[in-house]
Design a protein around this ligand. Structure first.
Ligand SMILES: C[S@@+](CC[C@H](N)C(=O)[O-])C[C@H]1O[C@@H](n2cnc3c(N)ncnc32)[C@H](O)[C@@H]1O
Length: 454
């Protein structure tokens, strides 16, 4: 791997004696990690059923290292949404943002969802998560991950931060900005990033970061907390961006982040700043922890009064009869819920989401399924959001069962019990993977075509 000379010179100047250790980290392999989806399974229960050799990531409650040869991304448990494959340092920002069930949370640069999926797990279905990414193609991958994880209380948008401000003034309790950056912390994991660094370096990204921060501050409630992270070492994009925030928005203060073994403090002197408080930010280095490079800053907006934001009253649809009939099989309380219907498609929408008219919306609420003339056809995302005890017709497979593989490939499968009829929720070791429709000993495959195993 050949690192650009200008980069090496800068790092040598900044790191001094540590520079050799940093360079040495390139001779070691990067670490692979997975993070357990605590919306579906506890860390302890996952450890009991995991076929992988796992080693805990010391600073992440539900994070593990795995051996790359084991390929957990191809395992049926992955299709059941039991975990997210994530580089261990990248697990840190969402783990540190103090999200509580009931909060209104924004993940502003969210695709493909590594942080959003953890923020959703922290909300435990209560409150609202708005996951946004300016790139619509990346937002599609984000939507899939949100759905696989079984998130019910969110919306996925693809908007510029400036346009979001108009809909969400001082709306959020917590905001996460995992900013686009020059990616220096990922050079070891993905050497292709070196090429793009040569084209677009720290100055390019710093400008974008400032415009994202300008918008984000307007969307945070007084008393709210915002976490800013990057995967680069560049002082300009890290301490430099936070210095800009503090200078231009004096109602923001840097918050203490609980230090863990191997965490390093922010370096105000690297941007010639007098602000000692920048030392409360955190730097992660590949020569100090088993993970790649990251920067994390947590800031709080002064105040604490909940501001009441005027919202239009959104028309609530009545629960359609076909849906009501289907939900006799489900334990969820479907009365007084907020439905939105577009053509045949019906969504269950959290009450707290304001009117999103004019926004580029990929998903608002939970997609339940399609209303046909005299019946309801449940959607894949509803299957992923259910728990086995919440639906009365389940078929369970062991993860080694060939029929499960056939199902995930989209094939029709035979079933022993010929009396089974209607919509069956298919499970892998007790965790939903999708729908099948049973009739006369056969199970018609209703697994979402775009999600199939090839
Ligand atoms: C570091 S990545 C986010 C990774 C994501 N948080 C995760 O954990 O999976 C940065 C993202 O910012 C998005 N982005 C770039 N410019 C943006 C902008 N002005 N507003 C919002 N998102 C932006 C990019 O499309 C990219 O997906």
């Amino acid at each position: 791997m050949k690192l650009p000379q200008s980069y090496l010179d800068r790092m040598n100047t900044l790191l001094g004696e540590e520079f050799e250790d940093y360079l040495d980290s390139f001779s070691k392999p990067s670490y692979a990690g997975l993070r357990v989806n605590t919306l579906k399974i506890t860390k302890e229960d996952f450890e009991k059923i995991s076929p992988f050799a796992l080693e805990p990531v010391p600073w992440i409650q539900n994070g593990f290292y795995y051996n790359k040869k084991e390929q957990p991304g191809k395992h049926p448990f992955y299709y059941g949404g039991l975990y997210y494959i994530q580089e261990p340092s990248a697990m840190t920002p969402a783990s540190l943002l103090p999200v509580e069930p009931g909060d209104k949370v924004l993940d502003l640069c969210a695709a493909p969802g590594g942080k959003s999926t953890e923020l959703a797990a922290k909300l435990q279905g209560q409150g609202v998560l708005i996951s946004n990414d300016i790139s619509s193609s990346r937002a599609k991958a984000l939507l899939k991950n949100i759905e696989v994880f079984g998130v019910t209380n969110g919306a996925v948008l693809s908007e510029s931060p400036e346009r979001l401000c108009k809909v969400f003034p001082e709306y959020f309790d917590k905001i996460l900005i995992d900013a686009p950056c020059s990616g220096e912390g990922m050079f070891r994991k993905d050497p292709a990033i070196i090429k793009s660094w040569e084209k677009q370096g720290p100055e390019f990204f710093h400008k974008i970061q400032l415009s994202i921060l300008d918008a984000a501050v307007k969307m945070l409630k007084p008393g709210g907390t915002m976490l800013y992270s990057t995967c680069t070492f560049s002082p300009l994009e890290n301490e430099g961006s936070i210095e800009y925030l503090l200078k231009n928005y004096p109602d923001f203060q840097v918050e203490e982040i609980p230090f863990r073994d191997g965490f390093d403090k922010g370096r105000p002197e690297w941007i010639l700043s007098e602000r000692k408080e920048l030392e409360k930010t955190v730097r992660l280095w590949p020569h100090k922890i088993k993970g790649e490079g990251h920067f994390i800053a947590m800031v709080r907006k002064d105040g604490g009064q909940d501001v009441s934001v005027k919202r239009e009253v959104i028309r609530k649809e009545k629960c359609p009869k076909q849906l009501e009939d289907f939900f006799t099989h489900v334990t969820w309380n479907m009365r007084d819920r907020h439905y939105e219907i577009f053509g045949e498609k019906v969504y269950l929408v959290p009450d707290a989401i304001p009117d999103l008219k004019g926004m580029r919306i990929l998903r608002k609420g939970l997609y339940l399924g399609e209303l046909k003339k005299d019946r309801f056809e449940p959607g894949q995302s509803l299957a992923m959001a259910l728990k086995k005890e919440e639906y009365d017709q389940c078929i369970n497979f062991s993860w080694t069962d060939i029929n499960l593989t056939k199902y995930l490939k989209g094939e029709t499968i035979e079933i022993e019990d010929e009396s089974l009829a209607g919509w069956q929720l298919l499970l892998v070791e007790g965790y939903p993977v999708g729908w099948g429709k049973a009739s006369k000993g056969r199970l018609k495959n209703k697994y979402l075509p775009g999600w199939r195993l090839f």
